[in-house]
Ligand binder design. Sequence first.
Ligand SMILES: [Zn+2]
Length: 78
Amino acid sequence: MDQIYAYLDGELDRPAQERLKNHLLDCPPCVDEYERDLLLKSLLQRSCACEPAPTQLRAQIMTRISVTVTSVEVRRSH
Ligand SMILES: [Zn+2]
């Protein structure tokens, strides 16, 4: 998991990036974590920019995040 955050921050070297990408191919929980973090990160970047994201786009992103969170929670409860 720590590697995912490092990967998102562009702190991993190439071999480590490749290993992580291969891991994501067969580890759905990590993909969920990765996608959610990617979305949150893009939201944060947007909120730092001078122009706010278009309302519709922001709504889509928020919907996507809650869908991802819900699917993670459903999976954990089994
Ligand atoms: Zn994993």
